[in-house]
Structure formats: structure tokens, C-alpha cells
Design a binder for this molecule. Structure first.
Ligand code: KDG
Length: 319
């Protein structure tokens, strides 16, 4: 059984050991990246059972991705291997300020070949919740339909669904991204955009208007990520703003949104009975902390805490 299922593409990540132009970086470390597997690792570290569904090449990088996720306690038993396509690769470029630049080598990857026919009931059996992102629909000719079918089937099977739009402008045109991401919102229960993504999707509005708008589109909870300003959650019964967990230095922002999602879901899914307001506050507090901790290390997920550390840090910040 799994508490949460995620599905999407994970890549081998190469990070230069020095800041500055990638063209002159001689040495790299190798790790793993992928929004959905980041969430799965975050959830696993927080004590939930996470299942990650994907496709990988039959290459050594595919072996590495599987071994790393399995080592983090994530159920990878349903990830498929494709003999004809490679595992995707991804490079970051650190400038010494701001968000890193990213370079993807994922065209023609095993995940880019996903079609709705691959979606299988066994993906969701025994699970309570599905988490998807707006990256997968951008990856191949039929990956958007694959995501749509997966969300529809998961819903039929009684799972709740969270959706992080994770807008990646390098992967598709603005028009395609806007249209596809908007079309998936009615299929989710929890919609979790960043403030800039909300603006990209429906134009500039107040935070309250974003909350109301996405609730009207069919979500039962909306979580707006406001980075260094914290986050705000909306349900039809409550609106809660939670201040950020502040950190002195930000090392690498990539992966912070996934850590935030893992923090939010870990609390939201395990605490159903308290009423919307305390439930939102608790989940947002944990989400803010996870997002902040993820920025403290190079790499998307290496710095994510285990449950005991989260509880210790949250208890400390309430004193
Ligand atoms: O959210 C972090 C992701 O952006 C990173 O792990 C790589 O999945 C990735 C993507 O497609 O950008």
C-alpha cells in the first residue's frame, strides 16, 4: 500500500562544483532531480509511504535513479524500463546569485513516450492520494493526455489529488502551458501554485481573488506559495496566511516548491479532523519550513529533514 502516489520524469542531475558559466565548469557532482520524485523523497522522510511511477531507459542512469529512490524508501516497483529510449539528463548552472539556470536533455526520453494506454489501475491500488505536476504534460506529444487520464482514473478509484503547476517555460510555449495547466485544475482537489504561476494562469489579481478563482474552478483547497513572504491557504470555509520560516542564506532554490508540497501534504493528509483553519495552519507551517530547509543545500532534496527534525524545529519556532 501507499499513502501517496506521484508520477513524472526524474533525471540524472549534474551540478558544477564551481559557480560561473557552465561552458567553463570542469567538474560536476552527479545526483537525481525531478519534481515528483523530490516530493516522494520528502514524504518518505516524513514517514509517509510514497510510490513513484515513471519510465526510465535500460541505461546505467536509469539504474542509478531507481537505486537512489529505493534507498530513500520510495516504492519504485512500478517504474517501467524502455529499451529504446534514454533516461533524461539535466544540468544546473550556478551564477552566484538568484535562481540557477537549468539545461534539460530530455527530448525523446522514456517518459516523453508516455501515452494514456500506459495508465494502469495498479498505479493507484491501495493509495489515498495522487500528486501530479505541470511538468509531465509538457514532456511529449501525449503526456498531457496521460496526466489527464491518470487524474481521472485516480479520482474514480477514490484518491484525492494535488496539482502543482510547476511552470517550466523552457519546455513549452506560453499558450500551450496556460491552456493545458488551466484544463487540469478542475481535476484536482488541492491546487498549489506559486504567486507568479497564479498570475501567469489568470492574470494579475489579489491573493484572495486567486484563492476564490481556483476554488470556483473545482479545487477544494488552494495553496498559494509566496516564497520569502510565506504562504496562504484557502478552502471554502477558511483563509489562512502563515509567515515564512526564515533562513540566513539561500544556496539553491530548485526543489523548494517540492519540499513545500511534501510538507503540506504530509500534514494535510494525516490530520483530517480538526477543522479547516487549524488544519491549514499546521500544514502551511510545515510546508514553509520544508521549503526553507530545501534552499540550504545544493541539490533538490538532499537537505530535506526527517520528521523528528521537523517537529523539533517547529516546536522551537513556536517558543
Ligand atoms: O522542482 C524541481 C525540479 O524543477 C527539478 O528537480 C527538475 O523536475 C525538474 C524539472 O523538470 O524542472
Amino acid at each position: 500500500p501507499a499513502d501517496v502516489v506521484t508520477f513524472g520524469e526524474s533525471m540524472v542531475l549534474f551540478q558544477p562544483m564551481s559557480d560561473g558559466p557552465l561552458a567553463y565548469a570542469p567538474l560536476f557532482t552527479r545526483s537525481l532531480a525531478g519534481a515528483e520524485s523530490n516530493v516522494a523523497i520528502g514524504l518518505s522522510r516524513l514517514g509517509l509511504r510514497a510510490r513513484w511511477i515513471s519510465r526510465l531507459g535500460t541505461d546505467p542512469f536509469g539504474d542509478f535513479v531507481l537505486a537512489t529512490l529505493a534507498g530513500e524508501g520510495v516504492d519504485v516497483s512500478q517504474a517501467e524500463r524502455d529499451t529504446g529510449c534514454p533516461t533524461a539528463v539535466y544540468f544546473k548552472e550556478f551564477k552566484g546569485y538568484g535562481d540557477p539556470n537549468v539545461y534539460y536533455y530530455r527530448k525523446g526520453s522514456a517518459v516523453s513516450r508516455w501515452t494514456p494506454d500506459h495508465v494502469d489501475r495498479s498505479w493507484f491500488e491501495g493509495a489515498k492520494h495522487l500528486h501530479v505536476t505541470g511538468i509531465t504534460p509538457a514532456l511529449g506529444p501525449s503526456t498531457a493526455d496521460t496526466v489527464r487520464k491518470a487524474m481521472t482514473l485516480a479520482r474514480e478509484m477514490g484518491l484525492t489529488i494535488s496539482f502543482d503547476p510547476n511552470l517550466r517555460r523552457k519546455l513549452w510555449s506560453e499558450e500551450q502551458a496556460r491552456e493545458t495547466l488551466l484544463s487540469l485544475i478542475p481535476l484536482c482537489d488541492i491546487f498549489m501554485p506559486g504567486l507568479e504561476e497564479a498570475e501567469f494562469l489568470v492574470g494579475s489579481r489579489s491573493e484572495e481573488d486567486y484563492g476564490a478563482h481556483f476554488l470556483t474552478m473545482g479545487a477544494s483547497a488552494v495553496v498559494l506559495k509566496h516564497g520569502e513572504e510565506g504562504s496562504i491557504g484557502f478552502t471554502p470555509l477558511a483563509a489562512v496566511r502563515v509567515k515564512p520560516h526564515t533562513v540566513k542564506h539561500v544556496v539553491d532554490t530548485v526543489g523548494a516548491g517540492d519540499a513545500f508540497a511534501a510538507g503540506f501534504l504530509s500534514a494535510w493528509l494525516t490530520n483530517a479532523g480538526d477543522g479547516d483553519e487549524p488544519r491549514l495552519s499546521e500544514a502551511l507551517e510545515r510546508a514553509n519550513l520544508m521549503g526553507a530547509l530545501a534552499t540550504q543545500y545544493r541539490g533538490d532534496w538532499e537537505g530535506l529533514p526527517k520528521l523528528a527534525e521537523v517537529e523539533r524545529l517547529l516546536a522551537g519556532s513556536r517558543e
